[in-house]
Design a protein around this ligand. Structure first.
Ligand SMILES: NC(=O)c1ccc[n+]([C@@H]2O[C@H](COP(=O)([O-])OP(=O)(O)OC[C@H]3O[C@@H](n4cnc5c(N)ncnc54)[C@H](O)[C@@H]3O)[C@@H](O)[C@H]2O)c1
Length: 248
């Protein structure tokens, strides 16, 4: 699928899934603008309204928006501090509102477009000790569905991409918070029936599909790209320890 003549914004495009997506869209002909607080591009903090407005000032239209910027936080409903809760909501949820609010009018100028919000399997399920993160990723699915419904007739599609565990700096940072990072990464890989971690390119290819005409009839979805992680009832451990396996 070619994206020549298309203008794409990728938030969080300096690292991980966003970086792979920016590279793939560029390789397929799009003009890609990265909004991130790190890396080579002009810095854009996606929680800062004036910074977003300034970044958009010279752009007359936008065809593709990929919102990949996000942070991982940990804690239960009782152990999560208000500071961590508010920061998680700001960076993961409010930013998506602010960016889509600013970009959608530019997309309408282009006669439509495609938005991919990067959620997670945690947009449709939960892992332990991640109350703020899980809540933030569920919220992105709500925003996805609202945008899909409100702008469908104006030619804007919006989908929530829901990756499993992807080998990025974020996942490596998460693993580094545990006693045995290597064992944690192996365990993360085993969560997927496909038996490996996802790679940033696995998700970039899905986002490219959702960004182009091949997905013209797809909107409002929680689009799982999770190596089958959400398939087993009770999770991988439930089956791997034999409890769900019949002897015959
Ligand atoms: N890696 C995984 O296993 C995984 C799984 C499911 C979902 N996700 C989601 O995918 C998205 C990308 O994750 P990743 O693993 O590529 O992480 P990453 O840490 O490699 O990249 C995230 C990028 O977002 C940028 N960012 C953070 N705050 C920002 C801000 N205020 N303004 C602008 N940029 C900001 C960071 O600088 C970084 O470059 C995130 O939303 C994450 O929650 C990741």
């Amino acid at each position: 699928m070619s994206f020549s003549q298309k203008l794409a914004i990728v938030t969080g495009g300096a690292s991980g899934i966003g970086l792979a997506t920016a590279n793939l869209l560029r390789a397929r002909g799009a003009q890609v603008i990265v909004w991130d607080i790190q890396g080579d591009s002009k810095p854009v903090d996606i929680t800062n309204v004036p910074a977003i407005a300034e970044a958009l000032r010279e752009m007359d239209h936008v065809d593709i928006l990929v919102h990949s910027a996000g942070i991982q936080t940990y804690g239960t409903a009782t152990s999560t501090s208000e500071e961590v809760w508010n920061r998680t909501m700001l960076v993961n949820v409010t930013s998506a509102f602010l960016v889509t609010k600013a970009v959608i009018p530019k997309m309408l100028n282009a006669g439509g477009g495609s938005i991919s919000l990067v959620g997670s399997v945690q947009s449709v399920g939960a892992v332990a000790n991640s109350a703020a993160y899980v809540t933030s990723k569920h919220a992105l699915l709500g925003l996805t569905r609202s945008i899909a419904l409100d702008y469908a007739k104006q030619g804007i599609r919006c989908n929530c991409v829901c990756p499993g565990a992807i080998d990025t700096p974020m996942l490596r940072w998460s693993a580094a918070q545990t006693d045995d990072p290597e064992a944690t990464l192996v365990a993360c890989a085993q969560v997927h029936p496909l038996g490996r971690l996802g790679q940033p390119d696995d998700i970039a290819k899905v986002i490219a599909f959702l960004s182009g005409e091949d997905s013209a009839f797809v909107t409002g979805t929680a689009f799982l790209a999770d190596g089958g992680a959400m398939v087993p009832i009770g999770g991988a451990a439930f089956q791997e320890n034999g409890t769900a396996r019949a002897k015959i």
